[in-house]
Design a protein around this ligand. Structure first.
Ligand code: AMP
Ligand code: MG
Length: 311
């Protein structure tokens, strides 16, 4: 573990680079909020503690606190709250900028893309399929990024970053096709070689990503991958909402159903709406825009896995 000294902390805070990065981030988020407003989304405030949070598709250390006899999880993602917030009849499109806590394991210590806490631009829509989410998020990102590229020319020059203009539609591949062609490292390999962001569909992962009923064993989900080796940008999916389907998927993953009893009861009563959505990691997005070596380079307060941060 590297101990971050007072000198290193001050040195980072005093660079002008961090200012340019945050000007870019500010303009980008303004454009993203504008886009959501123009597309009739309502913004929700994040919640940070709950009896349930995203079980995730990889292992992290538990992040829990206790309030009297109640065990509360720190938010790993807003997935369940996104689905529940779409129960009201006239709420159809929501988004949240939410902090996510993920106490990632030491195996990811050398990752240039993982932090212990980060922010997610999280979107969910009622009665839409994955292709509509893909088209919306492609439009959201290309519009916001291209405008930021134009408006923040001085900041990009200062960072020495030549960000190419994005030209949607982005290519779409399926994971099984890429596995055959490139082997198990398809994602990082293609990210390195690509000059445009691209989507990959069909991953077996969390229980709440919908399995295709016509082709069981395939999944109605996707990731967007950045070019130039910057890796995963976002994950999205249509969601399971039917009680029997959720139970089946949870059992396949040997999950403890008791933990989710209230969520399951909502779906048993057929109150869980049919939704689809995605979540964009903001620091990864800013890292890609600014062309930085590591995700922690775009954060004033370092939360990398191997950092013994002092503030
Ligand atoms: P996930 O649902 O795990 O795919 O998370 C949604 C998005 O958040 C990912 O596509 C990444 O952009 C971002 N993300 C996930 N985990 C981390 C992490 N540990 N540090 C920074 N960003 C992350
Ligand atoms: Mg993901």
């Amino acid at each position: 573990m590297t101990t971050e000294s007072i000198d290193e902390t001050l040195e980072k805070l005093e660079t002008t680079e961090i200012y340019s990065i945050h000007r870019i981030q500010t303009f980008l988020l303004k454009e993203m909020h504008n886009f959501m407003y123009e597309h009739n989304f309502v913004q929700l405030m994040p919640i940070l503690i709950s009896p349930i949070t995203d079980p995730l598709n990889h292992q992290v250390r538990p992040a829990t606190i206790h309030h009297y006899d109640k065990k509360l999880h720190l938010t790993a993602s807003m997935i369940f709250h996104k689905q529940l917030s779409l129960i009201p009849n006239d709420i159809n499109n929501i988004y949240i900028v939410s902090p996510n806590i993920r106490l990632e394991l030491p195996e990811l210590r050398n990752s240039k893309n993982h932090l212990l806490e980060f922010s997610q631009f999280d979107i969910e829509i009622k009665d839409k399929d994955m292709w509509e989410i893909i088209s919306l998020v492609e439009n959201l990102l290309s519009t916001s990024i291209n405008r930021t590229r134009e408006a923040c020319k001085n900041e990009f020059r200062h960072l020495g970053r030549e960000l190419p203009e994005l030209k949607p539609p982005f290519p779409i591949y399926s994971s099984d096709e890429l596995l055959v062609k490139h082997g198990t490292t398809f994602e990082s390999e293609m990210s390195r070689k690509s000059t445009t962001p691209f989507f990959i569909t069909n991953f077996k992962r969390e229980f709440y990503d919908k399995e295709d009923q016509v082709n069981p064993g395939t999944y109605r989900n996707f990731d967007l991958i950045y070019p130039e080796g910057f890796g995963e940008a976002l994950s999205g999916a249509e969601r399971e909402y039917d009680y029997d389907r959720i139970i089946k998927r949870m059992n396949e993953l040997n999950m403890n159903l008791d933990t989710f009893n209230h969520y399951l009861e909502i779906s048993r009563r057929k109150k869980l709406p049919r939704t689809a959505g995605c979540g964009i990691g903001i620091q990864r997005l800013v890292r890609y825009l600014c062309g930085r070596e590591k995700i922690s380079d775009v954060c004033i307060f370092n939360r990398s896995i191997d950092s013994d941060f002092i503030f």
